[in-house]
Structures are given as C-alpha cells and as structure tokens.
Design a protein around this ligand. Structure first.
Ligand SMILES: CC(C)(COP(=O)(O)OP(=O)(O)OC[C@H]1O[C@@H](n2cnc3c(N)ncnc32)[C@H](O)[C@@H]1OP(=O)(O)O)[C@@H](O)C(=O)NCCC(=O)NCCS
Length: 199
C-alpha cells in the first residue's frame, strides 16, 4: 500500500555511465515486503560500516533483518520503504517499535529508526519517510516518538529538529565504536498534544 509520494529531484550515480544523472522523480513511501530486505540490509550495513549512526559493530545479516522485520510485523508496527518511482529501487527505510518494551507503562511511546541510501541523502527522502510514520503512530494511539541519535551526527539532529523533535536527554559515553566513546542524544516529538488523555 502506498502511503505518500513526494516529488523530489534526485541525483543518482549511474554506474553504467560513471556519471551523475539528475532526474525528476517521485519518492513513494509504501509498506516494506520481505523481498525488500536485501536492499534494506545493504543500506543498513553501509551505515554500520561507515558511521556511528548505529552502534552495531558488525554487519547485520539477512537472517537478523528477517527476524527484525517479522517481529515488527507481528507487533503491528510499520516498516516503510521509500522507492524511486522510475526504477523502483529502494531509497531508504523507516520504522518504529516499542521504547523500553519490557515496561507496559511506556506503551504510548515508540522509538523510530530511519536510514537513507548514501547517494540520495539530503534530498527529502528521509523527511518523507518520517512524516509517513507520524499518522501510523497516531493511528496506534501513540503519544510520543523518540529518536536515539549519536551526538556527533549533527545532520541527523538538524534533520529531526526540522521534523519537530526536541532534544530532551544527553547521555555521555554510553557507546563505544571505532576506538572512541560515543555520546547519545534522545530527541522526542509529541504525536498529539502534551497531556492528551489516555485510559
Ligand atoms: C539522517 C537521514 C535519515 C536524513 O535523511 P535525508 O533524506 O538525508 O534528509 P532530508 O533530505 O529529508 O532532510 C534534509 C535535512 O537533513 C539533514 N541532512 C542529513 N543528512 C544530510 C546529508 N547527507 N546531506 C544534506 N542534508 C542532510 C540536513 O539537516 C537537511 O536539512 P537542511 O537542508 O536544512 O540542512 C539520512 O541522511 C541518513 O540516512 N543518514 C545516515 C544514517 C543516519 O544518520 N540515520 C539516522 C540515525 S538517527
């Protein structure tokens, strides 16, 4: 099911011609299906290998992604992909799940994740994906969405600020990767109004 489309001018690296091609296309957001997992894995593993955006130390595997995907689906949480309407290639993905899931008192709060393919970043794909998460979280009666963001990931912090997230916590040296300590920022966004009642 398609949940949103946005016309963005995307620049791709065309491996056949070894040059960038600028093209007007539609980044369409839809629910992920199992056959998208290899493309999701490639995006995720590029992020793991090249950055501290994810605190994983080793590449993920197809099996790991399949388990993650099944668990999200079984819990009724969305996994969304953005696709290029021309080539149908996967441009990025986003999802949310329980935050501190062992504690039912947190049931109206979710933690999201979003990653965009390296060659199409900064062109609106990530915003389209996260904006598509909001109505889905609201439909599930969620109240707050939280992102855990490496403190050095200034682009992602700016990105989340522009989407209405505010910085609410700063944890010092809670992660360690690439031989150094990592600080973690929590950013949150209300999905409805602060104080909105729940049963
Ligand atoms: C962070 C990320 C999801 C944002 O998605 P995106 O499609 O690049 O972002 P958008 O084009 O929708 O939004 C642009 C804004 O995002 C920020 N941004 C993030 N990465 C950027 C990049 N590589 N180039 C330009 N802007 C970037 C900027 O603040 C920009 O706003 P500005 O134009 O006012 O400066 C994406 O860049 C990404 O996957 N990065 C690597 C992995 C990562 O950090 N994931 C998030 C973990 S919390």
């Amino acid at each position: 099911m398609s949940v949103g489309g946005k016309s963005v001018e995307l620049v791709f690296f065309d491996e056949g011609n070894s040059r960038d091609i600028r093209m007007k296309t539609i980044a369409t957001v839809r629910e992920a299906v199992e056959s998208d997992l290899p493309a999701l894995l490639a995006i995720y593993n590029e992020v793991i290998a090249t950055s501290t955006a994810v605190y994983a130390l080793e590449p993920s595997t197809t099996e790991d992604r399949r388990t993650w995907f099944s668990s999200r689906c079984a819990s009724g949480f969305p996994v969304l992909v953005a696709t290029n309407s021309v080539s149908n290639g996967i441009l990025g993905f986003a999802s949310f799940g329980d935050w501190r899931g062992a504690w039912p008192g947190y049931r109206y709060t979710v933690e999201h994740t979003v990653h965009v393919r390296h060659d199409v970043r900064g062109q609106g794909v990530g915003s389209t994906l996260v904006e598509a998460l909001f109505p889905r979280a609201i439909a599930l009666s969620k109240h707050v969405m939280i992102g855990g963001i490496d403190a050095a990931n200034e682009a992602s912090i700016r990105f989340h600020e522009r989407l209405g997230f505010e910085r609410v916590a700063y944890f010092r040296e809670v992660g360690h990767k690439f031989g150094r300590w990592l600080d973690l920022v929590f950013m949150q966004r209300f999905l409805d109004a602060p104080g909105a009642p729940r049963k």
